[in-house]
Design a protein around this ligand. Sequence first.
Ligand code: 6GU
Length: 250
Amino acid sequence: MIIRILTLFPEMFEGPMGSSIVQRGKDKGLLDIACINIRDYADNKHKKVDDYPYGGGAGMVMTPQPIFDCHEAVTKAFGEGKRPRTIYMTPKGRHFNQAMAGELSQEQELIFLCGHYEGIDQRVIDNLVTDELSIGDYVLTGGELAAMVVIDAVARLIPGVLSQSESYEEESIQSGLLEYPHYTRPSSFRDMDIPEVLISGNHKNIDLWRRKMALRLTLERRPDLLENFPLTKQDKKLLEAIKDEAQKKD
Ligand code: 6GU
């Protein structure tokens, strides 16, 4: 996958994009990722990239010229006829989720456009942008941190980036339930003991306990996830038991 990030702050990406999973994708030759400084494409001698909003009001708006020229250069480099998904990061966008990460991980090329100031000229959005994405209901100073979040989530889903065992774990995380708790050595730490079932050697019971814990946590914290979840007969039984136990506590 080729990713190009159009931004006024390329230096923000140096740390996150040069380490962890993204770096692994690069090292394996599965991911080619680079930042392009929008300012380099400003055709005025002061390299100005923003201006006052028509109609008045607070803040500055990013002008269309540098973004159009930058986008054109990046698209041309992908090869003639390519129409790469161009993702504009904005709090007005659709909420990004794991399903979208999976979908984006299938693309051959992605362009991320990061805005700053009050936003970018609407003509950029109307003509170049294919997707507007937000990472949640809070306001960030710019789209850069949000783009990094999306790129991290997408990069780890590119086939070959994760190892076999990591991919296996991934499937269970993507199941749609919150994960069960994990424990490692020592089995007793400062008088805190791990659940006995985990050292029983009985894998059927371990799986059952883990499933129950996942269901309980999901019921407590994200009951909305259970509404669309395909519960098995056994899950329904476990949920009954969980609800009974909760009643007894009250
Ligand atoms: Cl994508 N951009 C900005 N500026 N703020 C956000 C966001 C994006 N997602 C959540 N908050």
